[in-house]
Write a protein that binds this ligand. Structure first.
Ligand SMILES: [Zn+2]
Length: 410
């Protein structure tokens, strides 16, 4: 294929993705008014239900507008030679491949993030604010943005520099070394995420002694799970939405509970949520997920190595002088249909794991408090109780509430 056909193929891929997503959103929106299944009748009272419907509709139109804007922006950038312009600009400052790539990606990512900034600002301070979810201040919002960019510059920039260094040094077999680097990075992140990254954004404090901690530790002893690290995170400084998650493995494993979760749920419900998280660990989901994503990365890098030296791939995004960084963007878009498919498979696996973790909580603790906690969390986030099956299949990493409740009651 020559670069002109590849150029049109890239345009086609971007438009096709937008079209598929829009159709799915539309199908999902058509079910917003569906009657709520009987088992979930107690989630919302009438006022909360109409509020949740308004929230769904607001997010639907806002999502449509922002994805249309983002599509037009990308297509316009491609059509009017934006990548070539940035490439020429960067070549005026640097000749060395690593510096060029860092500047190139830095400008493109920062530029597109700044252009999309009004959208994320509107989401937080207009939509989330209107529905009573937002707790973030403007200062915190912009501080988060700046910290996010700093983190991306250090971690993303460091990885990119490493990968290009391997490419300069080893040619197309760079992919093996790059794979090793990314795999190591993923493992370190998984182990130390809570220690290294979370403190930049949140405060974590060990769960204080008291009846809740006794109850949690009583449960952990019963199932033979060594649990030293239970932390409470101040999620309430940004949102009223509640969450809990598990991270790390071996000695580094820890459970993190949002302060909003603790204030929302009773003790039995919190232990049930924790039992679900322990289920993820006991059923090896953490290790399986990590291994799968490392394998997928390896395959992706191998495919990249087959195309990276092909000048047509760089020229497909309108860049005249072939380079690693231009080829990386061209490859990234051409490969995106495949990464959509691997994403689908990962979502499927994740939903399967959610059932397994629910079943574990049911077997080792109790189904009833888990059901009531899931219902409370759904009400608390005004979540959609009647999603379209096709939308669930494509986008949901967790099964819909109704399926989880039915499974827990079975
Ligand atoms: Zn889970």
């Amino acid at each position: 294929m020559n670069s002109t056909s590849l150029f049109y193929l890239i345009g086609f891929i971007l438009i096709a993705k937008f079209a598929i997503d829009t159709v799915l959103d539309y199908l999902n929106a058509k079910k917003f008014k569906d009657p709520i299944p009987m088992e979930l009748a107690d989630v919302y009272d009438e006022a909360a239900y109409s509020k949740s419907q308004l929230y769904k509709r607001t997010n639907y139109s806002f999502g449509l507008l922002s994805s249309l804007f983002s599509l037009l922006l990308t297509l316009g950038f491609l059509w009017f030679g934006g990548f070539e312009w940035v490439d020429t600009f960067v070549r005026g400052f640097a000749t060395e491949p690593i510096t060029m790539a860092l500047l190139f990606f830095g400008l493109i990512i920062l530029g597109s993030d700044l252009i999309m900034l009004p959208f994320s600002y509107y989401r937080t301070f207009v939509i989330e604010e209107k529905f009573g979810f937002n707790k973030s201040s403007r200062k915190l919002f912009f501080l988060d943005k700046i910290k996010g960019w700093g983190m991306l510059a250090v971690l993303g920039g460091g990885m990119l520099a490493g990968i290009i260094w391997f490419f300069e040094w080893a040619g197309t077999s760079f992919w093996l070394y790059a794979w090793g680097l990314i795999a190591l990075f993923s493992i370190v992140m998984n182990l130390f995420y809570s220690r290294l990254i979370v403190p930049l954004f949140n405060k974590q404090t060990p769960l204080e002694d008291g009846p809740l901690k006794d109850k949690i530790q009583g449960y952990a002893r019963k199932v033979g799970f060594e649990l030293k690290n239970i932390f409470v995170i101040d999620g309430s400084k940004r949102t009223t939405k509640a969450n809990a998650y598990f991270s790390g493995f071996g000695k580094e494993k820890r459970v993190t509970l949002y302060d909003t979760l603790i204030s929302e749920l009773n003790e039995n419900e919190i232990v049930a949520v924790l039992a679900h998280e322990v289920g993820h660990y006991k059923k090896n989901h953490i290790v399986v997920n990590l291994t799968t994503s490392i394998l997928v990365t390896g395959i992706t890098l191998y495919l990249l190595s087959l195309f990276v030296n092909n000048p047509e791939v760089a020229m497909a995004i309108g860049v005249k002088i072939p380079s690693f960084h231009a080829a990386l963007i061209g490859f990234g878009i051409l490969y995106s249909p495949i990464s959509e498919l691997t994403g689908l498979a990962m979502n499927y696996l994740s939903r399967k794991f959610e059932y397994e973790a629910d079943n574990y909580a049911k077997e080792t603790y109790e189904a009833t408090p888990l059901i009531s906690s899931l219902k409370k969390l759904s009400r608390n986030s005004l979540s959609n109780l009647t999603p379209h099956p096709a939308y669930v299949f494509m986008h949901y990493s967790h099964p819909p509430l109704i399926d989880r409740v039915r499974n827990l009651r079975a």
